[in-house]
Design a protein around this ligand. Structure first.
Ligand code: C2E
Ligand code: MG
Ligand code: MG
Length: 708
C-alpha cells in the first residue's frame, strides 16, 4: 500500500513538476519565438517557409518580398511552382518533390527571376523539419548577384591585366612591388617571383646626375595625384635601358585611403626611334645629311645668345656654287646631286667641330662660325673652302671644275637679328659673284680692304720659308765686365720681296694668329743650330746660341721631338743651345712648363727666362724650374733713368736671382751709364746696342773675329 501511495505521490509530484516545467517551457518557447521572429523580419537573407506537403507558402520575410518584388499577401498560400521566381527548383509539382523529400538541399548558385523580369543569382538552402506535427520547409535565399559580379569582374580584370602588352605593376607607398603582370615580365625581363617584395628602384638605372625621381613621384601619389604619360628611362634585368611612358595612379582601399600605387608602363623605344628619325628628317637635308635651314636658324639663335653674353663675335657665311645650274642642266640631276654631296663633305672638312654647316637651298650653303675672335677667322675658313674647291670633282667619270662665292656677315656689327645677318651675308655673296666669283666678300666693305692686306701678307708669309726669305740675325750676349761674347741670340727677319727687310714686330703677330709661327720657330732653331755646327767646323771658338720659343711652339705637343730632331740633324752639343722662353709663357700653364722643361733639360738643353719683369711672376716661383738665366726686360733697363723705382727693381732681381744660383742678363742696354749701374749691382751679362745690334751672319762673324 505504502508502495502504491508512494507511487501516486511520486506521480503527482512528477505531474506537478511537469506542469511547472510546461509553463516554463512555454515561456522559453515564447521568448525564442519572439527572437526568431525578429531575426526572420530583419534578416539580410530571404527566408521562405513552406508547408512541405502542399508546397504552399506559409511565410516570407521582408527581405525576400523586396527581392522578389511580390508582397507578402500575394505570396501567402500560393504554391511554390505557381509563382515565377523559383522555376529552376519548382517549375512544377513534380520538380518540387525533391525539396519535399530531401531533408537538406543546398544550391550554391541558382537563378531567380524577380517579378520585373530581372535575373538574380542566389544561394539556396532548404531544410525540412517538423513543427506541431506539421512538416515545413524553410528555404534560406541569399542574393549573391553583386558578389558574383565582383568576382567575375575581378577575374576579367585579371585576364585583361595579364593579357596586356603594357607592364602593369602595383606597389606600396614605399615603392615595394606587390603585383607584376606578364607584360611587365616581357618588358623588363624579370619574372613575378623575382620582383615581388622588392623595391621598384630596381628598375631605375643609375643616374649620372644621381637623381632618382621615385621618392618624389611616390610623394605625389601619396597626395592623391595621378601622373599621366610620364616619360623616362628604365633598366631591364639584363642591364639594357628602355624608354618608357608611365601612368601612375593612387590605389585606394574601400574607405578611400590611399594604400599604394599602380602603374602602367609602355615600351616607347620604337616610338622614340621614330621620333628621332622624324626629328632628323625635319631638321636635316635628306641629300647631304647636313642641317637644314630650320636647324641652322636654331643654332644661330642659340649662338647669338651665347655671343651676346660673352661679348664674342659670330660669322655667318652664305655661299653658293658658281654655275651649278649649268652642270645640272648639262650633266643631269644625278650628277648634280652627287656633286652637292661631295661639296658638302669638302665643306665639313674646312670647319671646326663647333661650327654649323647647313644646306639652305639648292646649291646654297650656310656656315655659322661660332665664337670667333676677329673677322679674320672667317677669312681663314673662306680661304680653306676656296682652296678645297680648286681640286676638281670626279663624278661618274666627269671631271667637274666648280668654284664658290662666299658672303660674310659678322655679329654684332652687321646685324643683331638672324634676318639681318642672313640678308647681309647674302648681299655680300652677290658682291662676291659680281667680283668675278670664286672669292669671298664681307658685308662691311672696310673689312675687305683690311683683310685683303692681311691675306696677301699671310699668303706671302706662308711661302717665305720655301722662298728662302727668312733670315736669322745674331746679337751678341756679352760678359758685363770682360765684354767677351758668350752667346748670340738668333733673331728672325723677313726679307719681303716688296716691303724689304721686316722686323719681327711686322709679321710675328700675324704668324702667331695663323699658327705659322711654329714653322718659323722650327726653322730658326734649325738654322741657328746649323750655324753653331758650321762655326765648330770652321774652328771658331765655341759660343752658344739663344733661340726664342713662341707661346704656340711651347704648347706644341711635338716640341720635345722637334728640338731633339734638330739636335740630332745638326749634331751639336746640346750645351750650346739656350732656349729663351718669355716669362708670361712660362707662367701661363705651370704644369706644362714643368713637364716641357724637364723633358727638354733631359736632352741637355739650357733655358733663359726672357722679358723678365714684365709679368706677374716672382723669382721664387721660378725656383722649382731647371733654368739657368734670367733676362731683365729691355723696358725696365731703358726706363731706369726716368723711373727711379726701376733701379731698385733691377737690384732686387739681381740679388734674388743670384740667391737661386741663376745668371742675370740685362737686355736692351744702350748706354755706358746703364752698364756702370748694372755692373755695380752685380749683373753678369748684357745684350744691347751699347755693344752691338743684331747682325746678319757675315757681320756677326766679323765681330767675333774683331773681339776675340
Ligand atoms: P726678344 O727675344 O726680347 O729679343 C730682343 C729684342 O730686343 C730684339 O728685337 C733685339 O733686336 C732688340 N734689342 C736688342 N738690343 C736692343 C737695344 O739696345 N735697344 C733696343 N731698343 N732694342 C734692342 P727684335 O729682333 O726686333 O725681336 C723682337 C722680338 O721678336 C724678340 O724679343 C722676340 O720676342 C721676337 N723674336 C725675334 N725672333 C724670333 C724668333 O725666331 N722666334 C720667336 N718666337 N720670336 C722671335
Ligand atoms: Mg729673346
Ligand atoms: Mg726679351
Amino acid at each position: 500500500m505504502a508502495e502504491k501511495i508512494k507511487a501516486h505521490l511520486l506521480k503527482e509530484l512528477l505531474e506537478k513538476h511537469a506542469a511547472v516545467n510546461m509553463a516554463e517551457e512555454e515561456k522559453t518557447l515564447q521568448a525564442s519565438e519572439i527572437r526568431y521572429r525578429r531575426l526572420f523580419e530583419t534578416a539580410q537573407d530571404g527566408i521562405l517557409i513552406l508547408d512541405a506537403d502542399t508546397g504552399e507558402i506559409g511565410d516570407v520575410n521582408p527581405f525576400l518580398t523586396d527581392l522578389l518584388g511580390y508582397s507578402k499577401d500575394e505570396l501567402w498560400g500560393k504554391k511554390l511552382w505557381e509563382i515565377g521566381p523559383f522555376k529552376d527548383i519548382a517549375a512544377s509539382k513534380e520538380a518540387y518533390e525533391e525539396l519535399q523529400t530531401k531533408e537538406y538541399i543546398r544550391y550554391e548558385d541558382l537563378p531567380l527571376e524577380t517579378r520585373d523580369g530581372q535575373l538574380r543569382d542566389v544561394e539556396f538552402v532548404s531544410n525540412v523539419y517538423q513543427v506541431n506535427n506539421k512538416r515545413v520547409i524553410q528555404c534560406n535565399i541569399r542574393d549573391i548577384t553583386e558578389r558574383k559580379r565582383t568576382e567575375e569582374a575581378l577575374l576579367q580584370l585579371a585576364a585583361i591585366v595579364d593579357s596586356s602588352d603594357d607592364a602593369i605593376v602595383g606597389k606600396t607607398l614605399d615603392g615595394i612591388i606587390v603585383s607584376w603582370n606578364s607584360g611587365a615580365e616581357h618588358i623588363y625581363g624579370y619574372t613575378a617571383e623575382e620582383v615581388l617584395g622588392r623595391p621598384v628602384s630596381l628598375l631605375i638605372p643609375p643616374d649620372p646626375d644621381g637623381k632618382d625621381e621615385t621618392p618624389s613621384i611616390l610623394e605625389r601619389i601619396r597626395q592623391g595625384e595621378r601622373i599621366a604619360s610620364y616619360e623616362t628611362v628604365y633598366r631591364r634585368k639584363d642591364g639594357s635601358l628602355i624608354d618608357i611612358s608611365l601612368t601612375i595612379s593612387p590605389v585606394r582601399n574601400y574607405t578611400g585611403k590611399i594604400i599604394g600605387a599602380s602603374s602602367i608602363s609602355r615600351d616607347i623605344t620604337e616610338r622614340k626611334k621614330m621620333e628621332e628619325i622624324i626629328r632628323r628628317q625635319a631638321y636635316h637635308d635628306a641629300l647631304t645629311g647636313l642641317p637644314n635651314r630650320m636647324l641652322f636658324f636654331d643654332h644661330l639663335t642659340l649662338e647669338i645668345a651665347v655671343a651676346n653674353r660673352n661679348r664674342k663675335k659670330i660669322a655667318v657665311m652664305f655661299m653658293d656654287l658658281d654655275n651649278f645650274k649649268k652642270i645640272n642642266d648639262t650633266l643631269g640631276h644625278i650628277v648634280g646631286d652627287k656633286l652637292l654631296k661631295e661639296a658638302a663633305n669638302r665643306l665639313k672638312a674646312c670647319v671646326r667641330e663647333a661650327d654649323t654647316i647647313a644646306r639652305i637651298g639648292g646649291d646654297e650653303f650656310s656656315i655659322l662660325l661660332a665664337d670667333i675672335i676677329q673677322p679674320g677667322d672667317a677669312v681663314v675658313i673662306s680661304n680653306k673652302i676656296l682652296e678645297s674647291f680648286k681640286v676638281p670633282y670626279v663624278i661618274n667619270e666627269h671631271e667637274i671644275h666648280i668654284s664658290t662665292s662666299i658672303g660674310i656677315s659678322i655679329y654684332p656689327q652687321d646685324g643683331k637679328q638672324i634676318d639681318d645677318l642672313m640678308k647681309n651675308a647674302d648681299t655680300a655673296m652677290y658682291q662676291a659673284k659680281e667680283k668675278g666669283r670664286n672669292n669671298f666678300q664681307f658685308y662691311n666693305s672696310d673689312l675687305n680692304a683690311v683683310t685683303h692686306e692681311r691675306i696677301t701678307l699671310e699668303n706671302r708669309m706662308r711661302q717665305s720659308i720655301e722662298h728662302s726669305e727668312l733670315v736669322v740675325y745674331y746679337q751678341p750676349q756679352v760678359d758685363i765686365i770682360s765684354r767677351k761674347i758668350n752667346c748670340a741670340e738668333a733673331l728672325v727677319r723677313w726679307q719681303h720681296p716688296e716691303l724689304g727687310l721686316l722686323d719681327p714686330v711686322h709679321f710675328l703677330p700675324l704668324a702667331d694668329e695663323t699658327g705659322f709661327i711654329t714653322s718659323i720657330d722650327t726653322w730658326v732653331l734649325h738654322t741657328a743650330c746649323a750655324q753653331v755646327k758650321a762655326w765648330q767646323h770652321a774652328g771658331v771658338p765655341p759660343i752658344c746660341i739663344s733661340v726664342n720659343l713662341s707661346s704656340r711652339q711651347f704648347q706644341n705637343p711635338n716640341l720635345v721631338e722637334i728640338v731633339s730632331q734638330v739636335l740630332k740633324e745638326t749634331d751639336i752639343d746640346p750645351r750650346y743651345l739656350d732656349l729663351e722662353i718669355s716669362e708670361n709663357v712660362v707662367m701661363q700653364d705651370i704644369d706644362l712648363t714643368i713637364s716641357n722643361l724637364t723633358n727638354l733639360a733631359a736632352l741637355g738643353v739650357r733655358f733663359s727666362i726672357d722679358d723678365f719683369g714684365t709679368g706677374q711672376s716672382s723669382i721664387s716661383r721660378l725656383k722649382k724650374l731647371p733654368i739657368q738665366k734670367i733676362k731683365i726686360d729691355k723696358s725696365i733697363i731703358s726706363d731706369m733713368a726716368v723711373i727711379p723705382d726701376n733701379k731698385d727693381i733691377i737690384n732686387a732681381i739681381i740679388a734674388m736671382s743670384h740667391n737661386l744660383g741663376l745668371t742675370v742678363m740685362a737686355e736692351g742696354v744702350e748706354s755706358e751709364d746703364q752698364v756702370a749701374f748694372l755692373r755695380s749691382g752685380g749683373c753678369d751679362e748684357m745684350q744691347g746696342y751699347v755693344f752691338s745690334k743684331a747682325l746678319p751672319i757675315e757681320g756677326f762673324q766679323e765681330l767675333i773675329k774683331l773681339k776675340s
